[in-house]
Design a binder for this molecule. Structure first.
Ligand SMILES: [Zn+2]
Length: 306
């Protein structure tokens, strides 16, 4: 399915029923399971836009989209499927303006759909740690590293971590945005500690930290990926502000990691979307909720929270 064109994809999923059947398989790959009592038999109720599934034992009714990124969305499954198909494809990716035209929705809807898919990708990344031989280097998005010590307001620093196999080929990559710029040309000890705590498997990992400005010519395996991510952000979205930058970096890394893993792209992403709870409004827009304080873990966080 990953090599087919958009038109071929639309032919394959040409009705809501076909999409619903496919989503059913992705959500319950081993057959229906009642979310309340785990019973496996159900009655299908088809009086609504989307079918409802009523448990034969406890009569609890659940829909296909409950507990998925599509929950509560009035947009059709066909449009969601098209968005997920386009978001799963390797470069150049899709932006909200392009998606709005293709699936005929408002800009706000297409932006929210892509943001919810992106959040599912971030959630997936949060369950995976770097391990084995890990190389970590700093990078700067938005403005080239300047030679002075002063930080430019458009410079956003991040750490790029790459798991490597024995042939020093990358197997998994993460790019995490730093809350503060690295000082004195070094990734600081708290930043290293925070990165290791959050993103690297504690046991049996061998970690090498490389500072860009200190050793600019040293081989940094993740660097070409960062350059590609930077180019993608600029060409597809005309640059991204710091508020949403981490989600876009996660989206880029998700596609790279799926390709490194040789995973089936559309199937993996729809499975992820079918098993990931939708992000709420505050998470998607990254607006601050009043009177809500974020709790911090024991190690000070040096990275943008999701
Ligand atoms: Zn039940």
């Amino acid at each position: 399915m990953d090599t087919i064109t958009l038109d071929q994809f639309k032919d394959r999923f040409h009705s809501e029923d076909i999409c619903a059947d496919y989503l059913f398989q992705m959500k319950w790959p081993h057959g229906f399971v009642c979310p309340k009592c785990s019973h496996r038999h159900f009655y299908r109720i088809t009086t609504r836009r989307l079918p409802l599934y009523e448990c034969a034992q406890c009569s609890h009714q659940t829909s296909l989209t409950v507990g998925t990124v599509m929950e509560g969305s009035p947009t059709s499954l066909q449009k969601w499927f098209t968005a997920i198909f386009l978001a799963s494809r390797p470069s150049p990716g899709i932006n909200a303006v392009q998606l709005k035209e293709i699936i005929q929705v408002t800009y706000k809807t297409s932006w929210l759909i892509l943001q919810k898919i992106r959040r599912a990708m971030s959630t997936s990344d949060a369950t995976h740690l770097l391990s084995g031989m890990v190389q970590v280097h700093d990078a700067c998005y938005g403005h080239p590293y300047n030679i002075t010590h002063q930080t430019h307001s458009k410079e956003h620093f991040l750490l790029v971590g790459t798991s490597l196999n024995e042939q020093k080929q990358p197997t998994y990559i993460k790019m995490k945005l730093l809350l503060e710029s690295p000082r004195e040309k070094f990734i600081s000890t708290p930043q290293k500690k925070s990165f290791a705590e959050r993103y690297i498997e504690a046991e049996d990992s061998e970690v090498e930290y490389i500072t860009q400005r200190l050793k600019p010519r040293r081989l940094k395996i993740g660097y070409p990926y960062f350059k590609k991510a930077s180019q993608w952000l600029n060409e597809t979205f005309h640059g991204i502000g710091v508020r949403h930058l981490q989600a876009y970096l996660d989206e880029f890394c998700y596609r790279v990691n799926q390709a490194l893993d040789q995973a089936p792209l559309f199937q993996s992403l729809i499975q992820l979307c079918a098993t990931t709870k939708k992000a709420d409004y505050w998470q998607v827009t990254r607006r601050k909720r009043k009177n809500k304080r974020s709790s911090r873990g024991q190690v000070a966080n040096s990275f943008y929270p999701l």
